[in-house]
Design a protein around this ligand. Sequence first.
Ligand SMILES: [Zn+2]
Length: 137
Amino acid sequence: MLRGIEINNTVCCLCNRFDEDEYHLFIDSEVSSQIWQKVSRWINYTIPTWNSIDEAWLWDDGVPIINNQRTIIRVIVSSVFWNIWHLRNSHIFNDAKFKKSHVFDSIVVNAFEWMYSRFHTSQVNWTVWLQNPLNAL
Ligand SMILES: [Zn+2]
């Protein structure tokens, strides 16, 4: 029992092969590795191999503050975490209606919406966002 909820197993619902801990789920699993690789190609910026969740959250500290790139990366990393969590919960509670194939597009859209609402302007251009998000501001 965990917080009153019966835990039937601790195996990752996305691969059914490894125990689900936060590092596996968000960073190291096949699904999440593929997502981070796709994000890396999209932002045209090499994402390092992280050894912990904390390293992922602190990664943008080492990114130069040029053209708000640090803020943009922080928003994108948050969007990746949020969408992997959504995918995991969809597999557990929602019959997997939110699919692996939806995750990347959802990351891009959510991060754009968060950027848009944060800056309260029309500065953030959707076309630029799709092609070169780190130069979107
Ligand atoms: Zn897994």
